[in-house]
Design a protein around this ligand. Structure first.
Ligand code: PHE
Length: 469
């Protein structure tokens, strides 16, 4: 990994002090689960595409986008937490692995399409558990109309309202707009209201299509709309469905910021956009218990699914897990960095809703509001932040998990913090993690896991400066 450039899809990217994309992650490029016939991710994509029959399907050819496309062009503030090296994968200061399909909004509007669905693999650094994987799939959907089409929208909304009235659906939707979730100043409120209505009808219809069959006889499906914040939409919402006794977050959406359409050269159009995580929905609809199964090449997994059908996954016997604990002192330098920056994990906790993982099910709602609402594209991009690399930066769980994954690959199932304390005399910080190893395809021997764990430990000592206790 000491070469001065990356080669990805036959293109070369120079490395710099911002590069943090590891080979294991880059090796996922091209798997294209969303385009693999009879794969649950692709089946779900297909069902959504058939629901939005007039929308054109778009599939970008590479997950590598400019930092500008992923963030600046969409109005993300220069200090937005999603930009940090602990949350995103960078090839260098200019190029990164897209963290969401919204990175393609401007170029797709620019191509002249008015109604489209774009599905793609997206990449985010995160913890490791059964519902988080650093590569997952999103689908972006949008529809825009010439600003002169108010009458047509009204007509269409009336039709959609009629169709939905026949569906056993209960929609909880307390506030359409508020001071913190306003229509755009440049929009005629009547027109913005019709776009918002069309967005709501369209997504309620989709959700009924996906989940309607799952309710008990006579029980209507419950959907709720919650005010949200995204730098590139207003008003903005998160939509949840009542599922197995709890609210399951499905997607983020809103009325497209006119600025985004201006940048695409289509100022005379306005409309809505949504982004949803395919894994999270597929796990629920197909009853798939572990997100790593999507990456399995085992025919016992792959042979169970058929294009166009939502079927219940029948678990086959899993190979036994094997866990190993690791207790260590955080490197004194990392600890100093934590003290200086407040907390190493604060960045994760303050992640705006746009950064909530799409595939997660661990209900822990992160603060949904980003106070960093700057909408000016910044000329400074990532260069405004100092890179934090190696042993001198604050200890961050995502870095720890990433190294574990770099060495152990998909053999690591979960990484869990099991103990944490500060030595009363020396003030040194101790942490203990439990790493659970399991193969999806074979039985692991204890010797093999010991060897692997030792390798993981050596890398953590070398890269993070931790001291094993
Ligand atoms: N890109 C947002 C995310 O990843 C979702 C979104 C898409 C929100 C489109 C609004 C409009 O969370």
């Amino acid at each position: 990994t000491s070469t001065s450039s990356y080669t990805v899809q036959n293109r070369s990217y120079h490395r710099d002090d911002w590069s943090n994309a590891p080979p294991v992650i880059l090796s996922k490029i091209g798997r294209n689960l969303h385009l693999t016939p009879n794969h649950p991710i692709s089946i779900l994509r297909g069902i959504i595409e058939s629901h939005f029959a007039e929308h054109t399907s778009v599939t970008p050819s590479t997950p590598i986008v400019s930092v500008y496309q992923n963030f600046d062009e969409l109005g993300f503030a220069p200090d937005h937490p999603g930009r940090s090296l602990t949350d995103s994968y960078y090839l260098n200061r200019e190029h990164m692995l897209r963290t969401h399909t919204s990175a393609h909004e401007v170029e797709t509007y620019r191509s002249g399409l008015d109604a489209w669905l774009l599905s793609a693999d997206v990449y985010r650094r995160d913890e490791i558990d059964s519902s988080h994987y650093p590569v997952f799939h999103q689908m972006e959907g949008t529809q825009v109309w010439p600003t002169t089409s108010l009458h047509e929208l009204q007509k269409r909304n009336a039709e959609l309202a009629k169709q939905l009235a026949d569906c056993p659906l209960v929609i909880e939707d307390p506030t359409t707009i508020s001071d913190s979730n306003p229509y755009q100043a440049s929009h005629d409120p009547e027109h913005a209201a019709q776009i918002t209505q069309h967005l709501k009808h369209s997504l309620n219809g989709l959700i009924f299509r996906l989940f309607g069959h799952t309710t008990q006889d006579g029980e209507p499906l419950k959907v709720r709309w919650i005010e949200a914040f995204f730098p590139f939409t207003t008003p903005s919402y998160e939509v949840e469905v009542w599922w197995n006794g709890e609210w399951l977050e499905l997607l983020g959406c809103g009325v497209v910021m006119q600025k985004t359409l201006d940048q695409a050269g289509v100022s005379h159009k306005s409309g809505w956009a949504f982004g949803l995580g395919l894994e999270r929905i597929a796990m629920v609809l197909f009853s798939i218990p572990d997100i790593r199964l999507f990456w399995s090449t085992d025919s016992r997994f792959l042979s169970q699914f058929r294009e166009g059908e939502i079927t219940t996954f029948k678990p086959y016997s899993r190979y036994p897990p094997c866990y190993k604990d690791m207790s260590f002192w955080v490197s004194p330098k990392q600890q100093a960095a934590v003290a200086a920056s407040g907390s190493g994990t604060a960045r994760v906790e303050s992640r705006a809703s746009a950064w909530e993982r799409e595939s997660g099910d661990n209900g822990g709602k992160e603060a949904g509001v980003s106070t960093a609402g700057g909408l000016e594209p910044s000329a400074t991009t990532a260069t405004t932040t100092t890179p934090v690399g190696g042993k001198d930066k604050a200890f961050h769980e995502n870095d720890y998990c990433e190294i574990v994954r770099e060495v152990a690959g998909d053999l690591v199932e979960t990484v869990t913090l099991i103990d944490e304390f500060t030595h009363p005399k020396t003030g040194r910080q101790s942490k203990a993690y439990r790493i659970n190893y399991r193969s999806m395809d074979r039985s692991l021997s204890n010797e093999e896991v010991n060897a692997l764990h030792a390798q993981v430990q050596d890398r953590l000592v070398a890269d993070m400066g931790i001291e094993i206790r």
